[in-house]
Ligand binder design. Structure first.
Ligand code: C5P
Length: 231
């Protein structure tokens, strides 16, 4: 049976980089469910589907071809990785992700995608709603200030700072509130999730901790003891 590790938590906690590296280290697939909601929003805008028509949005989510290939996000075969990260799509994704019928369609799709593959999946509701039986559930946290600083550094490294840390912090607080208040699929740690605060930890340290947890649950090969460690 396929094995699942879920990684949930707020924006900027480092979920994507962690999930990607962890999946690579385990030799598993990586599923970015935020990108999936973003792809539905992009398709809705492209096809003129109203962002307030929840049933039409859900029908659209049910027929779209969303896939991941070599770190890229494909929508009906087209690489939309860059476009789904624009501010326009981030804003349009909110009502899409809030719509209960869309969430139901996405839950079915995410479960189908993980049916036959070992998957590290990342989002807000993966451990609490979509994969309640996952072998390992992690909820990544970091303080709002640290998350805002990380995002600011990321933007500076990419195209120069588009917003100040204070502006990022404000937008982030709004997103967090929206994620927590969503009537269906609200962001929360599953009861059996391990909460990991990443303040002051490097990406490598976070990946190492989760990898060790995966090993302790028999999800990853445990290294043979070296001869000097043998009795
Ligand atoms: O993580 P990311 O910022 O790409 O997520 C995009 C949007 O999708 C956010 O509004 C987030 O709240 C939503 N989302 C969700 N459920 C998930 C993953 C993301 O509602 N499992």
């Amino acid at each position: 049976m396929a094995k699942i590790i879920t990684l949930d938590g707020p924006a900027g906690a480092g979920k994507s980089s962690t999930a990607r590296q962890l999946a690579a280290r385990l030799g598993w697939c990586y599923m970015d469910t935020g990108a999936m909601y973003r792809a539905v929003a992009l398709a809705a805008l492209n096809r003129g589907v109203s962002l307030t028509d929840q049933l039409k949005l859900a029908a659209l989510a049910g027929v779209l071809g969303i896939s991941f290939s070599e770190g890229r996000v494909l929508l009906d075969g087209e690489d939309v990785s860059a476009e789904i990260r624009t501010e326009r799509i981030t804003t349009a994704t909110r009502p899409v992700a809030d719509a209960p019928p869309v969430r139901e369609a996405m839950k079915q799709l995410q479960r189908r995608m993980a049916e036959e593959l070992n998957v590290v999946t990342e989002g807000r509701d993966q451990g609490s709603v979509v994969f309640p039986g996952a072998a390992l559930k992690i909820f990544l946290e970091a303080s709002p200030e640290e998350r805002a600083h990380r995002r600011h550094r990321q933007q500076t490294n990419q195209a120069g700072p588009a917003a100040t840390v204070e502006e990022i912090l404000q937008a982030q607080t709004r997103r967090d509130e929206g994620d927590r208040a969503r009537p269906v699929g609200a962001m929360r740690a599953a009861e059996d999730a391990i909460v990991l605060n990443t303040d002051g930890l490097s990406l490598e340290e976070v990946v190492e901790r989760i990898f060790t947890l995966a090993q302790s649950r028999g999800l990853a090969a445990t290294p043979e003891p070296s001869p000097s460690e043998m009795p």
